[in-house]
Design a binder for this molecule. Structure first.
Ligand SMILES: [Zn+2]
Length: 84
């Protein structure tokens, strides 16, 4: 038998929008590929779980107990609006 449980976790996320200014997902992925570095853990936006489009800007975030990930512009805007 299979039992599936969904565990919900809360993370503290800090946005660093100035770390990679104007960097797109495509540019990031290609620069990593050139160096043979896997970028699968950055592939999805940590904030809302969608995959990035190649021409979409990535926003560096720091996630508690996980490390650096990417968020999207929409989530940065929500952060600026003071949404928790
Ligand atoms: Zn997002």
């Amino acid at each position: 038998m299979l039992i599936t449980k969904t565990v919900s976790k809360t993370y503290e996320v800090t946005f660093y929008p100035y770390v990679l200014p104007e960097m797109t997902w495509g540019e990031f992925r290609e620069s990593r590929e050139k160096n043979g570095i896997n970028s699968s853990k950055f592939k999805k936006r940590f904030c809302c779980n969608h995959a990035f489009a190649d021409d979409e800007r990535v926003i560096v975030i720091s996630v508690s107990s996980i490390g650096n990930r990417f968020a999207c512009k929409a989530c940065l805007a929500r952060e600026k609006d003071g949404a928790k």
